[in-house]
Write a protein that binds this ligand. Structure first.
Ligand SMILES: [Fe+2]
Length: 279
């Protein structure tokens, strides 16, 4: 006779989508192993189901507690790690604040528009694995404001504040003027927040820029750039930091750039090369 695990795994063999059958059988295999290894009690399992029910109850169109759960368990980052093509820039978590309707701006756009924050000249190139420029790649960029909030969390901000799309030049180069980002906490008013509190875990993410880089013929890259020395960089509650994504904010004296953006020197300079991998 089959064991419970063998029978439950085999029950997915009839799936019309073979990949769905494979994934579900493996999920059952590892969940059963978890129950066996932890000697999970009935009471603990009921607490788990109550937790998932509370996550469903608080989930809306704008706020998904299951995405947050995936993030704080490190699963989002693991999916990034195993699905990442070899040789390109490391990917990192998308996070909950990406908007699909960011406006296309000219390369070199000034996103600061008089708001508070350390002026930061972000520039670099998009290249392939051989270092050749990827002409006209698109960068979709977003970050939080000097108060640590994204526009979705702050009705005082323009909904398009500190976010844009730009297209690189033919030589792969790009630049924009923005501000230094800030650390922020994940939402703590739901069951995931209660779990983090019970575990005495940090609720903080280190400061970061979000960038999605895409170009026809290349695998899209969803990533983040983290200022070196940012608080919480060694203790990101969603495990998004990769060594190659930590960038220096260097004091810069460049009269041409200062004049173009009407900046006082020194301002921050961040330089980064995004490497895309062909499909
Ligand atoms: Fe973020």
């Amino acid at each position: 006779m089959l064991t419970v695990t063998e029978a439950a795994m085999r029950s997915f063999a009839t799936a019309s989508d073979p990949r769905m059958g494979e994934v579900m059988a493996l999920l059952v295999k590892h969940l059963h192993a978890f129950v066996a290894e932890s000697k999970l009690t009935k009471e603990e399992w009921m607490r788990g189901l109550t937790f998932l029910t509370a996550a469903a109850d608080i989930t809306t169109e704008e706020r998904n507690e299951f995405s947050l759960l995936s993030d704080v368990l490190g699963i989002s980052s693991m999916v990034d790690v195993v699905s990442q093509p070899v040789g390109g820039t490391s990917s990192s978590v998308l996070g909950p604040f990406h908007n699909h309707d960011s406006q296309l701006q000219p390369n070199g756009v000034d996103l600061t528009k008089g708001q508070a924050g350390e002026r930061t000249w972000l520039h670099g190139r998009v290249v392939d694995k051989n270092g050749k420029p990827v002409a006209n790649a698109e960068l979709d960029f977003w970050q939080n404001a000097d108060n640590g909030l994204y526009p979705a969390q702050d009705s005082e901000q323009d909904p398009h504040n500190l976010r844009c799309k730009i297209h690189c030049e033919a030589d792969g180069s790009f630049e924009l003027l923005t501000i230094r980002p800030h650390p922020y906490t994940v939402p703590t008013d739901g069951p995931v927040g209660a779990m983090l509190a019970a575990a005495k875990r940090s609720i903080w993410r280190p400061a970061h820029y979000h960038v999605i880089v895409s170009a026809p013929g290349y695998v899209g890259l969803v990533t983040e750039l983290f200022p070196a020395g940012s608080a919480y960089i060694d203790n990101d509650t969603v495990f998004g930091v990769r060594e190659g994504l930590i960038v220096d904010f260097k004091p810069c004296q460049n009269a041409e750039v200062a004049k173009r953006y009407n900046l006082q020197e020194p301002f921050n300079e961040v330089q980064f090369e995004f490497c895309l991998v062909k499909n």
